[in-house]
Every structure is written in C-alpha cells, then in structure tokens.
Design a protein around this ligand. Structure first.
Ligand SMILES: [Cu+2]
Length: 258
C-alpha cells in the first residue's frame, strides 16, 4: 500500500514502464521532443520500406515480369536511394547536435555540488555556503536502504531508496562536479535527462537547472562491480524559498567541518 500524500510528487518509474519519464529540466524536454521527431521519421521509413517490400513480393513474384529480366541499372534510382537517406540523416543531425551542445553549456552557477561515486554508494558535498556559515560544508553519504530497513517505510521503493535524500532547489543554476574514488560509475537521473560519467582521477562537470519540485530517482549507469545495481540516487527538489529555510536551519545544527 502506498502512502499517496507522500508519493504525490514522486517521479519514480511505473511498473513495466516503457515510455520516458516526465521531464523536470529543459534538457529532458528537448530529449522528449527529439524522441518524438525521430519516432515520426522512423514510422515513415518503416511504412515506406514495408510498402516497397510487400509490393515487390506481390508484383514481381517468380520473375514472370519481362521488365524485371531486363532491368540491371538505373541512374535516377541510384541518385534517389543515395540522396534520400543522406537527407534523412541531415534532418536528424541538426536537432541532435543542437541538443548535445546545449547540454554542454555552462552558465554561471549559483552553487556547485560535488558528487563522488564509491563502491557502492554516492557521496555529496556542498561547500559554497561556507563563506556565510563559518566553514561549514554540507556532506551527505547516501546508502541504499535494504529490505529490512524498508519494512517500516510505507510508500518507499525497493532498491531505489537511500538513507538520506539530497536536497536541491528549483529554478537555480547548479554546477555538478562528478568524480569517483575507485572505479567508473555514472550519475544518472532520467527525469533530468542527465547522465554523467564518474571517472577516478577526472572531474566531469555539467549544468543543472530543475524546473519543478518533487522527488526524483536515479541509479548508477556504469557497471562498477557486484553491487552496481544497489547504489540508487534520490533527490528531494524543493521550491527555492523552502530550500533556503531548510538548508539554513540544518546548517545551524550541522557539525563543523573543513
Ligand atoms: Cu555502477
């Protein structure tokens, strides 16, 4: 039984879901539009090829048509079936590249979040509040809740919940700095259209701007060892004002660190 007051804004995947998740960032909105664009072109190609195949089988069976016996080469046909796929690829490449490069754009961030992949959990650090809060760095280490811990938590998802939720604000430009301490991992949130590789010894960065509040789920997307499937990501995204209130009050009670 799910607790619906709690799950109202959950962006968890449905059972046997085959569609993409609802977008929460402009990147994911772009991916959804591009997906529909591609699906339309695929549909046209499938119908065209299917029609050609069926009509060829029906009209030219057993080579009883004299036209077929004498047909070996056609320049117009060569031009058409070379240029048509080229044009199709061009119509796909233009929105694809603009979407790809829009993801790489880094605007001036309001704050940065450091994300580290470990075997097999994620840790987070936010140190941009230090100047106003006397050298306090927010640090989270998020482990998956096992089935015994989930037993008393109504509405929680098996293999998808963590002991702590990373709290982020809406309508804020954030910079994600992602790395790993041991092996390759990948920090992925489907609703944001985000997938960043976490490589040991290398720092990857990406811009994040979340458009709506809710609880968002993700998982590691790079096979990283025996418990790769058990290091989920849970984000609680709050309206900016609530976020500030929560962060300020939690930092007041937070132990001092470097
Ligand atoms: Cu992994």
């Amino acid at each position: 039984m799910l607790n619906y007051t709690y799950t109202f804004f959950l962006d968890a995947p449905d059972v046997w879901q085959t569609r993409l998740q609802d977008p929460a960032s402009s990147t994911m909105e772009g991916i959804l539009v591009f997906n529909k664009h591609i699906l339309f072109i695929i549909l046209v190609i499938v119908l065209l090829v299917g029609w050609l195949l069926v009509s060829t089988i029906i009209n030219y069976q057993e080579f009883d048509n004299s036209q077929v016996w004498n047909f070996f080469h056609s320049n117009p046909l060569e031009i058409v079936w070379t240029s048509l796929p080229a044009l199709t690829l061009l119509t796909l490449s233009s929105p694809s590249f603009s979407l790809l490069y829009s993801m790489d754009e880094i605007s001036i961030p309001d704050f940065s979040i450091k994300i580290l992949g470990h075997q097999w959990f994620w840790s987070y650090e936010i140190s941009d509040f230090r100047s106003c809060l006397q050298t306090k760095t927010l640090k989270y280490t998020c482990y998956m809740l096992n089935s015994e811990e989930l037993h008393n938590c109504k509405g929680f998802f098996r293999n998808l919940e963590t002991n702590k939720r990373v709290i982020l604000p809406t309508n804020t430009h954030m910079r994600l700095l992602v790395s790993a301490v041991d092996v390759l991992h990948s920090w992925t949130i489907p609703s944001f259209g985000l997938k960043i590789d976490a490589c040991p010894g290398r720092l990857n960065q990406m811009n994040l701007f979340i458009k709506r509040f809710g609880v968002f789920f993700g998982q590691c997307s790079e096979i990283c060892g025996v418990n790769h499937g058990f290091m989920p990501i849970v984000l609680l995204v709050l309206p900016l004002r609530q976020y500030h209130y929560l962060i300020m009050s939690s930092l007041e009670n937070y132990p001092k660190s470097n």
